[in-house]
Design a protein around this ligand. Structure first.
Ligand code: NAP
Ligand code: MG
Length: 506
């Protein structure tokens, strides 16, 4: 692997082009957004954000705590109940969302750079995938603003009466997001919340606050009234927990680990908040012998190695029919072995760094476990480079579904290949998981494909493709992968509540 651009070089590159530095020569993202103002943490504390490509510090970020969350929630409440935002109609909110998208587009390179230097993902992906999809998400929900409608209903046991329903916003929404797709996860949560007239307090992951802070500046520039979106940077155990406990927060939307998801659900019970959880997966990608095997293998690689495998939808269990195994593995393992990791900022790089040293060690730990459990390592399996958190694309063959590498979410570039003999066995293995986020089936037999689509217990089934999320399509989990749906019209359900109005005509 060639040497990564250092954080110092990187910052130097940014300097002539953008006014992005603070007095210490680091990126100027030390403040959070509360009530339309950029402020430090009440405690004065900060934490470091590093560039995963080298492990160097690139910014000192405000470490928000309970007091900051209190202020942010009070601001969000004021914005929700009174003032400018309350006077905005659906068309106005739609215009605001569209304007935010326009400003993101105008600043796409800067946002993509921030995303890459905070997360370690290839710049090309930030620029061509994460940012365009986030921009499109704001535009998708711009179209929905003010278009949620209620119903007129005839009472079942009365005459001379009718009822109608109002779809109203929920109020102050607490949003807690992970580090794998920072700006996209922020967008998936902020855009529908505003489309429905809610206000927001969002806490980014501690590893990746930068792009969201820049988005906050663009939202103000777009004319977003103060207090509508507040960004509290900080740690999960302090800022995140304070948001979950806060009696002034009406809803928590969370994406992250099952462990923290369970904790949030328990803690939110004290104030009976509405909760939606998106909690990752161990998704089966099932390949039948009658499919286009070469295509299935190529797409399976993207399905597990995109974003360095740090995807809740990662196709981390690849199920291959025994009769096609050798042919499929030749392409899968052969191509995986040729994939290289590289400097995230190099436009030629297709696989960058994992997000943190902690995550790298976690992934390497699973690779050791896979070997110990007797799976056959056929590609990758090691760290590359002395600085940065690079792990080679790793494929284990001969995996048994009882092994830890088949049961637990690794959240890294590790594929577990399991062989099956017939459709019944494939479905049984696919569903033998605590998770149920996504899945795919590859076959040219329509009946088999549609039967699998019904049989698989997962929130999404892809047929002859992988990872096709879309702003219009509901996204979320079955089983331990959580509940509630994001994206599409489905998200509007989770950001509104229904009021029944009964009209007596007697
Ligand atoms: P995590 O701890 O679940 O973090 C997700 C978010 O929750 C972060 O903003 C985190 O803050 C916050 N948080 C943590 N503890 C909290 C608490 N007690 N109350 C409120 N908020 C809290 O995930 P992680 O530690 O970053 O990653 C661990 C594993 O989770 C990964 O290896 C992967 O398996 C899984 N994961 C899944 C997804 C997904 O998309 N479903 C995303 C990320 C991770 P901090 O940033 O300060 O921790
Ligand atoms: Mg954590």
């Amino acid at each position: 692997m060639q040497e990564s651009t250092t954080a110092g070089e990187l910052i130097a590159q940014l300097k002539p082009r953008k006014n992005q530095l603070d007095e210490h020569g680091l990126l100027r993202y030390g403040k959070m957004l509360i009530d339309g103002e950029w402020v430090g943490a009440a405690s004065g504390e900060t934490f470091e954000s590093v560039y995963p490509g080298t492990g160097e510090v690139i910014a000192n970020v405000a470490s928000g705590g309970k007091e900051d969350v209190d202020r942010a929630v009070a601001a969000a409440r004021r914005a929700f109940e009174e003032g400018e935002y309350k006077k905005m109609n659906g068309a106005d909110r739609g215009k605001l969302l569209w304007k935010i998208a326009d400003l993101m587009e105008a600043n796409i390179e800067e946002l993509a750079e921030l995303e890459t230097i905070d997360n370690g993902k290839p710049l090309v992906e930030s620029l061509r995938v994460d940012l365009p999809q986030s921009i499109a998400c704001f535009r998708y929900y711009a179209g929905w603003a003010g278009k949620t409608t209620g119903e007129t209903i005839e009472p079942h046991a009365r005459v001379n009466a009718f009822a109608y329903t109002l779809r109203e916003p929920i109020g102050v929404c607490g949003q807690i997001i992970p580090w794998n797709f920072p700006i996209q996860m922020a967008t998936w949560k902020i855009a529908p919340a505003i489309a429905c007239g809610n206000t927001v307090v969002i806490k980014p992951a501690e590893q990746t606050p930068l792009s969201i802070l820049r988005l906050g500046e663009l939202m103000l520039e777009a004319g977003m009234p103060k207090g509508v979106v507040n960004i509290v940077t900080g740690l999960g155990e302090t800022a995140g927990a304070a948001l979950v406990d806060h009696p002034g927060v009406d809803k928590i939307a969370f994406t992250g680990s099952v462990e923290v998801g369970k904790l949030i659900m328990r803690n939110a019970a004290g104030t009976l908040k509405k909760v939606t959880l998106e909690l990752g997966g161990k998704s089966p990608n099932i390949v039948f012998a009658d499919s286009n095997l070469e295509l299935a293998a190529k797409v399976a690689l993207a399905g597990i190695f995109f974003n360095q495998g740090q995807m809740c939808t990662a196709g981390s269990r690849i199920l291959i029919e025994a009769s096609a195994r050798d042919q499929f593995m030749e392409v899968l393992a052969g191509r995986a072995a040729k994939m290289t990791v590289g400097d995230p900022l190099d436009p030629k790089t297709r696989m960058g760094s994992l997000v943190s040293e902690e995550q790298m060690n976690r992934v390497l730990g699973y690779i050791d476990k896979g070997k110990e459990e007797g799976a056959r390592l056929v590609a990758g399996g090691n760290r590359v480079g002395g600085s940065g958190y690079f792990v080679t694309p790793t494929v284990f063959d001969g995996v048994n579904n009882d092994m830890a590498i088949a049961r637990e979410e690794i959240f890294g570039p590790v594929a577990s290949v399991i062989t099956f003999n017939d459709a019944d066995e494939a479905l049984r293995i696919a569903n033998d998981s605590a998770y149920g986020l996504a899945s795919a089936v590859w076959t040219n037999d329509l009946k088999k494909a549609l039967t699998f689509a019904r049989g698989i217990k997962a929130g999404t089934v892809w047929i002859n493709t992988y990872n096709m999320t879309d702003n219009a399509l509901p996204f979320g989990g079955y089983k331990d992968s959580g509940f509630g749906r994001e994206l599409g019209a489905a998200a509007l359900e989770t950001y509104t509540q229904t009021k029944t109005v009964y009209v007596d005509l007697n």
